[in-house]
Design a protein around this ligand. Structure first.
Ligand code: P5A
Length: 429
């Protein structure tokens, strides 16, 4: 992508409405724009990151045997009246009437809608287990939308729902998703801590929240100090072993009953990037769902549900990975892998070398944002640091004369002067 042709509205000043660093940086880096409280446009740079996260989440779920579909964002109220949640959900639900005065709502979550799809198609235990998921917009009319995409009213969520013949089967899927979630967050460059949590408006008998530690997080957490060693990379632990360690959300932490000695107990704040629930038959009972069991009897399917805050993750990754100059994207989610800076646009050698680098990298599948504008060098460097692409490749007149360029790693800051061949070898892997 040529910067001169792109839509990247960077802000020079810190926006006064942003209280936390990720919100500030997303606005400054031209990733999002607020349209109403908790409702955002995703500008091209932000959308690329959102799409990368979405693709990683989908890839890991597909690998785990989950099946993707797409449900509508607008739902008829009748479904929610069947489950009893139409009234229970209260003011968080955005209620709409169509021209025929029929009650609709903008989906805050989709348990009812998925059960409705299940009942239209599944008759027998032989079709179980079945795990369906979607990645789609949700709306919750939060009392206090804040911190940008962290607590939006409109937000992008991965929501999965599994159906099983027995509660034991549902538990097994829950345990499997517990592991899959760790793998997903790891692939996104994050270490998540799974804490025991309340089931709230979703319901069920067991739940874990996946939390990324951050001072600015909205949840209070209590956990075994071993998690800090896992986070720092000092020790490596399997998801199964992690589950044996104590970790609880604020509301479930009872100091008198905590098994961890005081000196090993950590109290911090976290960003909830996902939550899983063992639902049992809450929705299948309420909506009268039955299928034929192995002995010909009627059984009520048992369920689980599994959520990931895809848009919230964009903010969470920035909270976990930035410095004073801007964002530092992990390669897996970076909007472009390389920022190519032409220090003297109009100089024949600089232009020719940049064009060669740009074409070669793009043709090898390495995404490049090419700064071909006439801005000052200082401004170009500052913008590249702000938007946080993993590699910065700078071409200046002296280097171009000798056929060398400068390659900087955004995370470690180290700069190398390299030949064109060596640069390409380094970036095309
Ligand atoms: C699980 C999937 C559910 O809704 N039903 C379908 C279950 N769970 S949840 O915990 O309520 O939401 C799942 C994840 O969505 C993110 N999230 C939000 N992100 C941004 N702004 C919001 N207002 C918001 N509300 C929830 C969280 O990451 C949460 O874990």
């Amino acid at each position: 992508m040529r910067l001169s042709r792109y839509f990247l509205p960077l802000l020079k000043e810190n926006p006064s409405e942003a209280q936390i660093v990720s919100h500030r940086l997303m606005l400054r880096a031209g990733m999002i724009r607020q349209q109403a409280a908790g409702i955002y446009s995703w500008l091209p740079l932000g959308l690329r990151v959102l799409a990368n996260i979405e693709a990683i989440v989908a890839r890991e779920l597909d690998k785990a045997g989950c099946i993707r579909l797409l449900l509508p964002t607008l739902q008829p109220a009748e479904l929610w009246k069947e489950s009893g949640r139409y009234d229970a959900f209260g003011k968080e639900m955005l209620r709409i009437k169509d021209r025929a005065e029929r009650d609709l709502l903008y989906s805050p979550t989709c348990e009812e809608m998925i059960v409705d799809n299940f009942r239209a198609a599944i008759r027998s235990y032989k079709s179980l287990p079945l795990h369906l998921y979607q990645i789609n917009w949700k709306f919750r009319d939060e009392v206090r939308p804040r911190f940008g995409v962290m607590r939006g009213r409109e937000f992008y969520m991965k929501d999965g729902y599994s159906f099983h013949a027995t509660l034991d089967d549902a538990k097994r899927e829950y345990d499997k998703m517990y592991d899959v979630y760790h793998a997903i967050f790891k692939a996104l460059g994050l270490t998540a801590i799974a804490v025991n949590a309340n089931t709230g408006a979703i319901g069920g008998s067991m739940s874990h929240e996946f939390q990324v530690v951050a001072e600015t997080g909205e949840s209070a957490l209590y956990y075994d100090a071993t998690f800090d060693d896992i986070r720092s990379g000092k020790i490596n632990m399997s998801s199964a072993d992690m589950r044996k360690l104590y970790a609880a959300a604020d509301e479930l932490h009872i100091p008198e009953e905590c098994p961890v000695p005081k000196e090993r107990l950590r109290e911090t704040r976290g960003i909830e990037v996902g939550q899983i629930f063992l639902l049992g038959s809450k929705y299948t009972d309420a909506m009268n769902i039955q299928v034929i069991g192995a002995n010909g009897e009627a059984i009520v399917p048992e369920m689980g549900t599994y959520g990931i805050g895809v848009s919230r993750l964009v903010g969470a990754i920035i909270e976990a990975s930035h410095d004073d100059n801007g964002i530092i994207w992990p390669e897996s989610v970076a909007p472009f892998k390389v920022g190519l800076i032409n220090l003297r646009v109009g100089d024949a050698k600089c232009d020719a070398l940049c064009e060669t680098l740009y074409d070669t990298l793009e043709s090898k599948g390495v995404s490049v944002l090419y700064d071909d504008t006439e801005d000052r060098a200082g401004a170009k460097f500052a913008s590249m640091d702000l938007i946080g692409l993993p590699w910065q490749l700078t071409v200046g007149p002296k280097g171009a004369e000798r056929g060398v360029v400068e390659l900087k790693n955004r995370k470690f800051g180290e700069k190398q002067e390299l030949s064109v061949e060596a640069t390409l070898a380094q970036l095309i892997k």
